[in-house]
Design a binder for this molecule. Structure first.
Ligand SMILES: Cc1cc2nc3c(=O)[nH]c(=O)nc-3n(C[C@H](O)[C@H](O)[C@H](O)COP(=O)(O)OP(=O)(O)OC[C@H]3O[C@@H](n4cnc5c(N)ncnc54)[C@H](O)[C@@H]3O)c2cc1C
Length: 412
């Protein structure tokens, strides 16, 4: 274990990039791009520049008018509720598709709250033959020989972003063509995404794999060519594994059917440690509450954030730089690098106040410090039964009319 040390995040953005690079010499990937700078101010700028009508028309196209809000939502720089309200007020039902996509984010999070660590294992038996080959270097380095897939991987590594449609194609290629273990791929993918979030990520991989959906997701060349504007296909000379009809692909990829058993993956439990008799209270800032406007920043206690290898150890360089940007906007937050328990003990903390989270790793880390979990405003103010959390369509039947209004709600 490395000894804990206090960091001093520079105010200047260029200096900050270099500083984080020096503090995390083992972090993989590229520097954070200017257009992805972290923090609430940049999140608000992105929110205010949304073109919801264009989004409605072209979000599935790789060069469509998507919002790039996800890293800001993921880290709590802006909240889902304020984003939803802002878009609904400005665009009304012209923004129907975007409002609907916001709900997907809430749905995955609700499932994580309800299921905890179980989201890292197969939620249901697969509906088709999937397999569990190890994740290869040729995938993680973008050397598959397919210009489309290599292009998506390089974009991920260089920018920390991948369009939703590309994520679906890539995950489908990895799981159904290469027969790679979805869980290994999902872990690697999440570590490189600026918006890396276990709920949206692991559950989307399961949706593609068919372990949290009624059928697998797969696509053909025509679909990829159409939504990429032939960007990769036009000059591609590779033997295209997607150049077939859906019937042919179904036959090729999924026969024979596997015995339907849901695979369980283990999650390494964190070491259990105890604290007693220390009265001091601190606000613990975790990586889902990185907003300069966060209400807990007004509490009269020390505010502490820890880059903890148990949580952030696999994160790419630009993810860590994004977090540092967010922290640089937040006044009076002590930033540490090391083991959370060691840091809080060294600071004489006996109890923490923090924002509630479905992230079980954070919960385990804070367990010894009698955490007081401050609730986050709900997306729709309603209890959602476990049955409704089995499929998005059932969740949306309940939530859609509440957040859109009965008159605006349409069954998807
Ligand atoms: C295999 C796979 C892995 C994914 N991993 C993540 C992840 O780690 N973190 C993450 O935030 N999203 C993840 N997604 C969902 C989605 O791809 C991203 O939220 C979206 O591409 C982010 O870009 P954007 O903000 O420009 O999206 P936009 O299309 O502009 O959408 C606006 C917002 O709606 C929400 N949203 C849109 N589509 C989805 C979706 N399918 N699921 C959940 N929320 C959605 C996001 O919060 C997004 O910021 C994953 C999808 C797939 C298929």
């Amino acid at each position: 274990m490395i000894p804990a040390k206090k960091l001093s995040i520079p105010c200047d953005s260029e200096e900050r990039l270099h500083y984080i690079k020096r503090q995390f010499p083992a972090a993989e990937g590229s520097d954070l791009r200017h257009e992805w700078a972290g923090g609430r101010l940049n999140g608000l700028k992105k929110l205010n520049s949304i073109d919801a009508a264009a989004y409605n028309r072209n979000r599935n196209f790789i060069n469509g008018s998507v919002t790039h809000l996800s890293p800001y939502l993921r880290h709590g720089c802006i909240t889902l509720n304020e984003s939803f309200a802002s878009v609904k007020n400005r665009f009304g039902m012209e923004a129907e598709k975007l409002l609907f996509e916001f709900a997907w984010r809430d749905f995955w999070r609700q499932v994580w709250f309800a299921e905890g660590h179980a989201i890292y294992s197969e939620m249901e038996p697969p509906k088709v033959a999937i397999a569990y080959a190890p994740l290869n270097d040729f995938v993680t380095q973008g050397n598959t020989g397919l210009p489309c897939m290599d292009g998506f991987i390089h974009e991920l590594i260089n920018t920390g972003y991948m369009h939703n449609h590309a994520r679906m194609w890539f995950a489908s290629y990895v799981v159904h063509h290469l027969k790679i273990d979805w869980r290994a791929a999902a872990d690697w993918f999440e570590a490189h995404l600026l918006d890396g979030d276990s709920a949206s990520n692991h559950l989307s991989w399961q949706w593609v794999a068919s372990t949290f959906s009624s059928k697998p997701y797969f696509f053909n060349k025509e679909n990829l060519g159409r939504f990429t504007g032939e960007k990769y296909c036009a000059s591609c000379t590779a033997a295209c594994p997607f150049n077939a009809s859906y019937e042919q692909l179904n036959e090729r990829l999924f026969k024979p059917i596997l015995a339907p058993i849901a695979k369980q993956y283990s999650v390494t439990p964190l070491t259990k440690r105890a604290v007693s008799g220390i009265p001091a209270i601190a606000v613990f800032i975790h990586d889902e509450m990185l907003s300069a406007a966060h209400i807990l920043l007004t509490k009269p206690f020390p505010k502490i954030f820890v880059f903890d290898p148990q949580i952030h150890g696999a994160w790419s360089l630009n993810r860590l730089q994004f977090v540092a940007d967010c922290l640089s906007e937040m006044e009076d937050v002590e930033v540490w690098l090391g083991d959370t328990y060691e840091v809080l003990m060294a600071r004489g903390v006996g109890q923490v106040i923090t924002q509630e989270t479905p992230n079980c790793k954070i919960k385990e880390l804070l367990m010894p410090f009698s955490p007081k979990w401050e609730p986050v405003a709900k997306f729709a103010n309603v209890e959602i039964s476990p049955q409704r959390l089995k499929r998005f369509s059932r969740y949306w039947e309940k939530v859609g009319p509440l957040v859109l209004g009965d008159d605006n709600y349409r069954k998807p």
